[in-house]
Ligand binder design. Structure first.
Ligand code: C2O
Ligand code: CU
Length: 495
């Protein structure tokens, strides 16, 4: 057996094609953003008959991370890192991840978005027995299709303790050209232990902030936004008391810096494994060319800002043509957490101060809409064999969040048959956003493939279609973990 140490280095180069003309090939090299934080393979790279096996070890354990100078976050983490180490493999490789539980309670890991075999999906009580303290579980699956994914605990509120991380499956032939490749993990910061939001939650006046509404510039601090402007009156109890927003595990006082040089194209992989936050993202002085949605390739579309519900991912290309030091800003659409930021810095620009203030893209400009997305892959077509109408509600009385009035686990499974074309139609009768996620399948929304779809508050609607091609018992739920834990979930079961 061939054993050698596999090192992920910035020397790797890939063939890539132009952003706008897929027929013109160009050569590009990329670098791994933060290789110090990347997961080290355990040392085994086994050449099988068909595909190489890449093995990693994730230890769920108590950890400490500095989120700002002198500000230490103590909670549960993977390999003592927050966010967890970047797992990066190539399309078509086989992944084996040994998860060791050193926590005082059960855990599991879910590979969000990857259509793994059911037994590898990491949902406790549905696809596996939870991993007890002191025990291990080995997850093994094919790294396909290529894309930007996340991994996270699927037990209780453990996501809001820090059990999250990025998983990148690099495509063999990207449809966009780029010189650098950076992962940006967006998160909400809760310094203490997460608590269920129940009891009197929801009885306040619920003037939810609508998607797309703008914050205004103004007084204090670099952001100058109003933090307690009442835009979320009564929503305080609907959201955990997040103290800030993080990019790559850092508060805005000590931002992550992503370097570029004039003339380069930078691929930014925005990922949202947060517990409950929907982000709006914009970059000072630059527009973004959206190239991938939930990991899957789309026709490039240029925007000034985009919105990511929990668990959604967008890859964008930024053309570095405006030298300086620019903020990459994230703002919460629900809740009062102050914004977060990272920095895009030109190394070949004369020493400049960070451009402070709100990027234009957050004050105006064009915001990406699902309607703008056109997949480059085959989509399910035709009429569905089976349709489910699903009413999302909760937050008014008591603490339950429901689908058609039922709160999981006291809820009927949605029964489907292999080979069927299924349609889910959702209507949101509540005052909050719901990022709805189906495990084990990609689905079609508009003209794009996704695994999570944001259903707007106040009677928002969304629908998606998928082909039942991955038998098993799959979880379907709101990815706001507080809603999920309070019942907004169903099992989708193949007969
Ligand atoms: Cu990110 Cu049930 O999933
Ligand atoms: Cu929800």
């Amino acid at each position: 057996m061939d054993r050698r140490r596999f090192l992920q280095t910035a020397l790797t180069s890939v063939a890539a094609t132009s952003v706008f003309n897929r027929s013109v090939a160009a050569e590009g090299a990329y670098s791994v953003a933060d290789s110090a934080n990347a997961a080290e393979p355990t040392g085994r790279l086994q050449g099988g008959l068909t595909r190489p096996l890449r093995e990693f070890r994730l230890v769920a354990q108590q950890g400490e991370a500095e989120v700002a100078p002198g500000k230490v976050y103590r909670n549960w983490m993977y390999n003592g890192q927050f966010p967890g180490p970047e797992i990066r493999v190539k399309e078509g490789e086989r992944l084996r991840i040994i998860v060791e539980n050193q926590l005082p309670e059960d855990t599991t890991v879910h590979w969000h978005g990857v259509p793994v075999p059911n037994a590898m999906d990491g949902v406790p009580g549905l696809t596996q027995k939870p991993i007890a303290p002191g025990e291990s579980f080995v997850y093994e699956f094919e790294a396909t299709p290529a894309g930007s994914y996340i991994y996270h605990s699927h037990v209780g509120l453990q996501i809001d303790r820090g059990l999250i991380g990025p998983l990148v499956i690099e495509e063999a032939t990207p449809h966009v050209a780029y010189d650098r490749d950076y992962v940006l993990v967006l998160d909400d910061y809760l310094s203490g232990d997460p608590q269920p939001l129940g009891g009197s939650a929801g009885r306040g006046g619920m003037m939810g902030r609508m998607m797309g509404s703008d914050r205004e510039g103004g007084r204090d601090g670099w952001w100058g936004g109003r933090r307690d402007d009442g835009g979320m009156m009564g929503m305080g109890r609907q959201m955990p008391p997040y103290q800030g927003l993080l990019i790559g595990g850092r508060l805005p006082d000590d931002p992550r810096v992503f370097e570029t040089r004039r003339g380069e194209r930078v691929r930014l992989r925005f990922m949202n494994p947060s517990g409950a936050t929907t982000f709006r993202v914009a970059i000072g002085g630059h527009r973004m060319i959206v190239s991938h949605c939930d990991g899957r390739p789309v026709e490039p579309v240029t925007v000034d800002s985009l919105v990511l519900g929990t668990a959604e991912r967008y890859d964008v290309i930024v053309e570095a043509a405006n030298p300086g030091v620019w903020p990459i800003v994230i703002a919460a659409i629900e809740g009062n957490a102050p914004p977060g930021r990272a920095v895009l810095r030109y190394t070949d620009a004369a020493a400049t101060a960070l451009s402070e203030g709100v990027p234009e893209g957050l004050r105006g400009g064009y915001q990406l809409d699902y309607q703008d997305l056109q997949s480059l892959e085959a989509l399910p077509v035709g009429q569905p064999d089976r349709v489910f109408d699903l009413m999302l509600s909760g937050g008014m009385m008591g603490s339950a969040w429901t689908i058609n009035g039922q709160a999981y686990p006291n809820a009927d499974p949605l029964m489907i048959n292999e080979g069927e074309h299924i349609r889910f139609r959702m209507r949101n009768h509540s005052m909050m956003l719901h990022p709805m996620h189906l495990h084990g399948h990609f689905f079609r929304v508009g003209n794009v493939l996704k695994d999570t779809v944001l259903v707007a508050a106040h009677m928002g609607r969304a629908e998606f279609d998928f082909v039942a091609d991955n038998p098993g018992r799959w979880f379907f739920h709101c990815h706001n973990i507080y809603h999920m834990e309070a019942g907004m979930a169903r099992e989708v079961r193949y007969t």
